[in-house]
Design a protein around this ligand. Structure first.
Ligand code: SDX
Length: 432
């Protein structure tokens, strides 16, 4: 979009007055363009954690934290979760519009026919200890992909960018499923082109050569919905990592590996694993008050995992859909009295009526209920964040493609507020 400024902000300090253009977006807050601030005023802005900083222009995903709204290319997440499916959402995020039937018929086989890994990549897995966290494996295997697909690493070639994008969306389920199989000592199961995306992933995770494995359609639908809910989320930490890595011209496979590494942290994508472990540690509803007190205690590092969000100061709309899905899936699986789900619901009820959480606007986020569904499906907690990474791959790629195609993009290189030692000469050891 051509940014045209109809108003400006005046910054007055010392004997200077600097005019800073203000741009208005289609949705969300105006932005103050500070690109010329250092050149004109010899000052930096200071915003660790980027709480008030727009790092880029984007047309992909919009979040309204106060309304609890999440739009993929303008479409609300609850409608997409109910009416769409993950590969259609991938098309929407990548190309900006919902596909026609013909476009979908062309897109789906392009993904399906790229799900296999180069056979030699299977050897990477054997270099890891059996107890390696699957995130360490998928981070390594993803980065290594650039050594197998040299024909799609030239970021200046739009066709190679497209091929690399489809390859990664297609192969991530296989990479993640094989990490799971390796961790439990079972043979790798190859992808099958007769299965849809979510069913194929479940089959690669839970099938064994010794017998037929039929994917439960209820579980497949829940899996597909979880992928949709995690597909993209504006400029979160891992997406910003992918953009920053991509801004140096690094190949797409390396950029996505950087995103996987960032997502792993418990404050980000690792929260789904931590949230379920926390719910299990709490165990019963009578122990909830003890953990609520710990979460409020400034001297206790404990936080309610799956609660709070940098942007959402209202309900995370994904958490709402995930909670409904948890009820539906566990009910259909005949385990609606799942103790962990009961603890989660009671914890949410108590927390949302507690002044501490109300005034800090802490609500359940996408990670609070997802683990309950994944646990019910049969995944170990160590597979929760790899599943998040699998789903987010399309979002990372869509954002990376948007950045590379932006003619104004340049390498990301923030400055700092330096509070270290001033200039001093070297001192010989005998004089120190
Ligand atoms: C994801 O950015 C994204 O979009 C991410 C994501 C995506 O789709 O990409 O949505 C996915 O990462 C979801 C978030 C998953 N993380 C967790 O569930 C971990 C627990 N949550 C927190 O660590 C925290 O809420 C963050 C990291 C999510 C947000 O942190 P912020 O915005 O930096 O807020 P903060 O840490 O400054 O907290 C504000 C206050 C603090 O109290 P004060 O210092 O003001 O007194 O709220 C408190 C915090 O102590 N607080 C919590 C809390 N989260 C914040 N207190 C108890 N339990 C919590 N979970």
């Amino acid at each position: 979009m051509v940014l045209d400024s109809k108003k400006s902000a005046k910054l007055n300090f010392d004997d200077q007055e600097i005019d800073l253009p203000i741009f208005s977006p289609n949705l969300g807050p105006d932005v103050v363009d500070i690109r010329k601030l250092y050149a004109q005023g010899d000052v930096f802005t200071y915003d660790p954690g980027f709480t008030s900083t727009a790092s880029c222009e984007s047309a992909i995903t919009y979040i309204d934290g106060d309304k609890g709204e999440l739009l993929y290319r303008g479409y609300p997440i609850d409608q997409l979760a109910e009416k769409s499916h993950f590969l259609e959402v991938c098309y929407l995020l990548l190309y900006g519009e919902l596909p026609t039937a013909a476009q979908l018929d062309e897109f789906i086989p392009r993904v399906t026919r790229h799900t296999m890994l180069h056979e030699q990549m299977a050897y990477f897995y054997r270099g890891f200890r059996r107890d390696a966290h699957p995130m360490s494996i998928i981070c390594g295997v993803q980065g290594a992909m650039s050594s197998f697909y040299h024909d799609s690493t030239d970021i200046n070639d739009p066709w190679q960018r497209e091929v690399a994008s489809i390859r990664m969306i297609a192969k991530m389920p296989t990479v993640a499923a094989w990490a799971y199989k390796y961790s439990i000592g079972q043979p790798f199961v190859y992808p099958r082109n007769d299965l849809d995306y979510a069913s194929n992933f479940l089959h690669m995770c839970f099938a064994v050569p010794a017998e037929e494995y039929n994917v439960d359609p209820i579980v497949a639908r829940a899996m597909d919905r979880i992928f949709t809910l995690h597909a993209d989320h504006e400029q979160n930490a891992s997406t910003s990592t992918v953009r920053l890595a991509g801004s140096s011209g690094a190949n797409p496979f390396a950029c996505i590996a950087a995103g996987i590494a960032c997502l792993w942290g418990p404050a980000h994508g690792g929260a789904n694993e931590s949230a379920l472990n926390m719910l299990r540690e709490i165990g019963t509803v009578d122990r909830i008050p003890e953990y609520i007190a710990r979460a409020k205690d400034k001297n206790d590092p404990f936080r309610l995992m799956g609660f709070g969000h940098r942007v959402y100061k209202n309900f995370d709309p994904r958490a709402k859909v995930m909670k409904e899905s948890a009820d539906e899936v566990l009910g259909l699986m005949g385990i609606e009295d799942n103790p962990t789900l009961q603890v989660a619901k009671e914890l949410e009820r108590i927390a949302l009526s507690d002044p501490y959480f109300i005034e800090k606007k802490l609500y359940p986020n996408v990670d609070f209920y997802s683990g309950i569904i994944l646990d019910a499906i049969g995944f170990p907690t160590s597979m929760f964040t790899p599943i998040f990474a699998l789903a987010r791959t399309v979002g990372w790629i869509a954002q990376w493609k948007e950045m590379i195609a932006d003619p104004t993009q340049k390498i990301g290189r923030p400055r700092q507020l330096y509070t270290g030692a001033k200039y001093r000469d070297y001192m010989d050891v005998e004089n120190r």
